[in-house]
Write a protein that binds this ligand. Sequence first.
Ligand code: PLP
Length: 393
Amino acid sequence: MTDTWNKRTLAVHGGTKRSQFGELSEAIYLTQGFAYDSPEQAEARFLQAGEDEFIYARYGNPTVAMFEERIAALEGTEDAFATASGMAAVTASLMSLLKAGDHVVSAKALFGSCLYVLEEILGRYGVEVTFVDGADLDQWRAAMRDDTRAVFFESVANPTLELVDIAGVAEIAHAHGALVIVDNVFSTPVFSRAVDLGADVVVYSATKHIDGQGRTLGGVILGTKDYVRKTAEPFLKHTGAAMSPFTAWVMLKGLETMDLRVRAQAEGALKLAQALEGHAALERVIYPGLAAHPQHALMQEQMGQGGTVLSFDVKGGKDAAFKMLNALEIIKISNNLGDAKSIVTHPATTTHQRLPDAQKAELGITPGLLRLSVGLEDAGDLIADVTGALAAL
Ligand SMILES: *Cc1c(COP(=O)(O)O)cnc(C)c1O
């Protein structure tokens, strides 16, 4: 029956498990352990846990399982494993698969912590990583080797909003037998077509649009039953980055309203980008939903909409950008995104601070660049806030 349900229905009802009380809203099973009827039952469950049989919350929990089933149904994957944060999901998606001697090809424009994992951590364990310009398929092609085990990229890169052609990279990777792992945060599960386009593993920071209200940290790894249960799960259940049942409940409730929120936020982001395009105080406005964005056509095919985040470069560099930030009244200076509250970030001095200046320049993280995650406020008020702050320059 759920096979015929559309996303909005799955987001509300998918994965629900009810106790003998028939509670309407999902229960929070705030328990670390599960009592067995007999030692024989414990023995059998440790050998092979069946459907709806749990052992220990680090391995799985009924509330967490509801979240996993619901998000897998939405994304169109066979299975999912929920994690303590988005970074736990990114790290486990790679570390659970790779061993010393393996090779990975990755886009170089990444969220700061993703870059740290690929640039600093994997190498320590003997995994070689080649970084490429994610938008250039020739570079992906040239970097592939016989020992390339996986490719990794953000479908829309943070904070420069450059898209990677999922279908194009998947075709190249699959020709070499490499697994395609996509960090899909900026696409959001609402606009994602990642699996249709060839992604094997999709990773989300649930902290972003899935919670969507800045309350909890979480993440999820989605893929085939085989990858999730035989590769990701053994690594995760023994290394311990489990999602708490309370967090899973917050995320379940987040999924119920995600479609409405994300569509409203994307609408606001488009209005804001259109209002700021060509503004005299700005060097450039970056938003894939603008017709002028060089990857506008790819965005339409891959996401259908430009997403909830835009970036813009303030003329006058860091000083001008800081002056503008100090003049804002509604939009908050913080570093989350996908939140109901609009949030602005200065990547060069925060999320990407540790990168050398040359690397920042290469990635397009200029001194005046600001990333704006559009929330649920009135778009007119947000436009007035930004243009008012720019007028202060
Ligand atoms: C936020 C983010 C992460 C990390 O997620 P956390 O939940 O903060 O650990 C990873 N990738 C991208 C693209 C992100 O935006």
